[in-house]
Write a protein that binds this ligand. Structure first.
Ligand SMILES: Nc1nc2c(c(=O)[nH]1)N[C@H]1C(S)=C(S)[C@@H](COP(=O)(O)O)O[C@H]1N2
Ligand SMILES: [Mo]
Length: 292
C-alpha cells in the first residue's frame, strides 16, 4: 500500500531525537516551503491517542481510545464522486498508489481551546486530487465519515446528524499544508485518531479535520458541514483559528496545552494557528469575523 520509509522503522524515542537534531526540518523530504525555523516538540503517543474527540465513539475524551478498537478498517473503500475525472469506489490502497507519504509535525488546535503538537504521516490532499483529476467547475471538496452504528456506538445516539461531514474550499484543499493523514509517529493511524484515513488542516479548528473518510466529493456549492448544521452561530464553515474571534461561550485568545501540566499549561493562540505566513493570502479581502 505504501513503500517502507525510515519512519516505519524508527521508534518513537529515536524519532524525537532525530527531529530535535534537525534545524528547521529541511531534511527528510519536507517541502522547503513548509519548513519552519521553529522546532515543535510533539506530544507523546499516549497523549495523542488517549485524549480525543470522535463522537462516533462517545463524547468523552477517553471514549474513543476505549471504544474505537472495535472498528474494522480493512477493507476500506472511499467513494470519489462529483466534478472529478476519475470517479469511483476506490480501495484505500488503490487510492493512495503512486502517492508519497510524508511526515508533517503540525500544531493542532481544537475549537474547545486545547492544543497539541502531532507528528502526522500522510499524503498532501493536492496530490490525491491531482491524481483524481479535478474538473473546472469544482469549487469545494466535501468529505464524509463512515456510518456503521454496529461498530460506532455513538451513532446509536442522537448526538450529531450522521454521517459526520466536512468540507473545504478548493484552494484550501489544494494548499500544500492540507494533509490526508494515514499515520502518526511513523505508525499506522490508530482508530481513535481516524484510521485508516483522515483530513488534517492545521490552520483550522480541529473539527474540520474529519476522521475515517469514506467519501470525497468535488462540488460546486459550499457543502453542509456537521458542526455548522448543529450550531451555525458557533461553528462557521471556515473555522480558521483566530484568537480575535471568540466562541460565543468562551474566549479563543489562549489555549490549554495538553501535556504541559495542570498549572501553567496555557499559551496564546496564534492567528491561523501559527500558519498565517503560508495561508493568510487565501483569505485576502475577506472579513474573518463575519466568515468565522
Ligand atoms: N468523524 C469525526 N471526525 C472528527 C470528529 C468527530 O467527532 N467525528 N471530531 C473532530 C474534532 S472536534 C477534533 S478536535 C479532532 C480531534 O482529533 P484527534 O482526536 O486525533 O486529536 O477530530 C475531528 N474529527
Ligand atoms: Mo475539536
Amino acid at each position: 500500500m505504501k513503500t517502507l520509509s525510515w519512519s516505519d522503522v524508527t521508534p518513537e524515542k529515536l524519532y524525537l531525537n532525530r527531529r530535535q537534531i534537525m534545524a528547521g526540518g529541511l531534511a527528510l523530504g519536507l517541502t522547503p516551503g513548509l519548513a519552519r525555523a521553529e522546532e515543535l516538540t510533539p506530544n507523546t503517543w499516549e497523549e495523542i491517542t488517549g485524549y480525543n474527540n470522535y463522537y462516533e465513539f462517545g463524547t468523552g475524551k477517553e471514549d474513543p481510545a476505549a471504544n474505537a478498537s472495535m472498528l474494522t478498517t480493512q477493507p476500506w473503500t472511499v467513494k470519489v464522486d462529483g466534478l472529478v475525472d476519475k470517479p469511483g469506489d476506490y480501495d484505500l490502497g488503490e487510492l493512495l498508489t503512486g502517492l508519497t507519504v510524508e511526515e508533517r509535525i503540525y500544531r493542532f488546535r481544537c475549537v474547545e481551546a486545547w492544543s497539541m503538537v502531532i507528528p502526522w504521516n500522510g499524503v498532501p490532499l493536492a496530490a490525491l486530487l491531482g491524481k483524481l483529476g479535478v474538473q473546472p467547475g469544482a469549487k469545494y471538496v466535501a468529505f464524509e465519515t463512515l456510518v456503521r452504528p454496529e461498530e460506532m456506538p455513538g451513532q446509536k445516539m442522537g448526538i450529531l446528524d450522521w454521517p459526520y461531514r466536512e468540507g473545504l474550499r478548493l484552494d484550501e484543499a489544494m494548499h500544500p499544508l492540507t494533509l490526508m493523514a494515514t499515520g502518526l509517529y511513523g505508525k499506522p493511524l490508530p482508530n481513535q485518531n481516524g484510521a485508516p484515513i483522515r483530513l488534517v488542516v492545521p490552520w483550522k479548528y480541529g473539527f474540520k479535520s474529519i476522521k475515517a473518510i469514506v467519501r470525497i466529493s468535488l462540488v460546486d456549492q459550499m457543502p453542509q458541514t456537521t458542526w455548522n448544521m448543529m450550531a451555525a452561530n458557533e461553528y462557521g464553515f471556515y473555522a480558521n483559528v483566530n484568537p480575535t474571534v471568540d466562541h460565543p461561550r468562551w474566549s479563543q485568545a489562549s489555549e490549554r496545552v495538553i501535556g504541559a501540566g495542570l498549572f501553567g499549561g496555557r499559551q496564546d493562540t496564534l492567528m491561523f494557528n501559527g500558519y498565517g505566513d503560508q495561508v493568510a493570502s487565501l483569505y485576502a479581502g475577506m472579513d474573518l469575523a463575519e466568515n468565522y
